[in-house]
Design a protein around this ligand. Structure first.
Ligand code: SAM
Length: 268
C-alpha cells in the first residue's frame, strides 16, 4: 500500500516522533519542527520532505555512533565510594559511543591538560554532552565541580542523572536543543565536544551564534582529528572551520592537540 502523504508540518513531526526509530529517544518536538521548517524554506515538499527530515534527524542523532545498551547497575557500589572507583564501570559505558570511546585512551591527562590553561572550573556546562559526563571520574577535583549536562536524547540524560545521584556529584541534566535555545546560565567553562561540524551542517552560522550567546569566560570546543574510519586526517579542515566560525572576533585561542582529538580553548 502506498504511504499516505502527510500534508502538515505538525502531523509530520508527530509521525516522525512516534516512529519506532525515534520514539525511544524522546527528542524535543521543537528540534523536529525546526528541521521541517528549515527544509520547507529550502523548497522541500511531500514525500521528498519526509525523506529529507528523516535523513537530517539521522545525521543529528547519529545512531551509528552507538548508545547505552541497558540500564546501568550500581548495586556493587557503596554509599561513600570514591569517584575513582567508578572508572572501570564508566570505561565500559564510555566505550558504547564512538566519541567517548575515542576519548577513553586520553582521559588520564585530558582534563588536567585543559585545566592547566583554564584553571580548575567551579561550574561547567557540557553541551551536546552525549555520554561524556561518565568521564567525570577522571576529572581532577570533580567531586566539588558543579556540572550541567545538555542533550536532546532523553534516555541518555536519564542515565546521566542516575549517575549523578549515585555518585553524589553536583550535576543536573537538561533536555534542550542548544541551537534553538542557548543555555542562559553562566559558568566558568563550557564544553562543546565533537559536534560543531554537524551543527554547522544542520545550519551554517549556528555555532557562532551559540558561542556568542554563552556566558562563560572559557569555551572548550573540540573536534576529531580523523574521520570515523581513521582513513582521513581532518586536523587542517577543522582548524579552518574554527577560524571561520571565530573570524573577526578577538578571542584568543589555544590549541591542545591529543592523538585523535583537538581542543580549541577559547578565551571569550
Ligand atoms: C557526537 S556526540 C558527542 C558527544 C560528546 N560531546 C562527546 O564528545 O563525547 C553528539 C551529541 O550531541 C547531541 N546534540 C546534537 N545536536 C544537539 C543540539 N542542538 N542540542 C543539544 N544536543 C545536541 C546528540 O544528541 C549527541 O548526544
Amino acid at each position: 500500500m502506498a504511504k499516505k502523504l502527510i500534508d502538515s508540518p505538525e502531523k509530520l513531526a508527530d509521525e516522525v516522533l512516534s516512529s519506532p526509530k525515534y520514539r525511544r529517544m524522546k527528542l524535543p518536538r521543537e528540534t523536529v519542527m525546526n528541521i521541517i521548517h528549515q527544509l520547507q524554506e529550502d523548497g522541500w515538499k511531500g514525500s521528498d520532505l519526509d525523506r529529507q527530515v528523516r535523513l537530517k534527524l539521522h545525521h543529528l542523532t547519529a545512531p551509528y555512533l552507538g548508545d547505552l545498551q541497558e540500564e546501568v547497575d550500581y548495586s556493587g557500589f557503596g554509599k561513600n565510594e570514591p569517584l575513582a572507583a567508578y572508572q572501570p564501570l564508566c570505561s565500559a559505558l564510555l566505550a558504547q559511543h564512538t566519541s567517548t570511546r575515542e576519548r577513553l585512551q586520553l582521559l588520564e591527562t585530558f582534563y588536567a591538560r585543559l585545566f592547566e590553561i583554564t584553571g580548575k572550573p567551579g561550574k561547567i556546562l557540557d553541551l551536546a554532552c552525549g555520554l561524556n559526563p561518565f568521564s567525570l571520574p577522571w576529572m581532577p577535583g570533580a567531586e566539588t565541580i558543579e556540572y550541567h549536562a545538555y542533550d536532546i536524547i532523553e534516555p541518555r540524560l536519564t542515565q546521566i542523572e542516575r549517575f549523578f545521584t549515585h555518585t553524589g556529584l553536583k550535576g543536573t541534566v537538561h533536555l534542550q536543543d542548544i541551537l534553538l535555545q542557548a543555555p542562559g546560565e553562566s559558568a566558568d567553562a563550557v564544553f562543546l565536544f565533537k559536534e560543531i561540524h554537524r551543527m554547522e551542517d544542520r545550519k551554517k552560522g549556528s555555532v557562532r551564534g551559540l558561542l556568542e550567546a554563552l556566558q562563560a569566560p572559557w569555551l572548550l570546543v573540540s573536534l576529531p582529528t580523523r574521520n570515523l574510519t581513521g582513513s582521513r586526517n581532518l586536523l587542517d579542515l577543522h582548524r579552518r572551520l574554527i577560524a571561520s566560525i571565530l573570524s573577526g572576533l578577538s578571542w584568543p585561542v589555544t590549541e591542545v592537540l591529543f592523538s585523535n582529538e583537538v581542543v580549541f580553548v577559547i578565551r571569550k
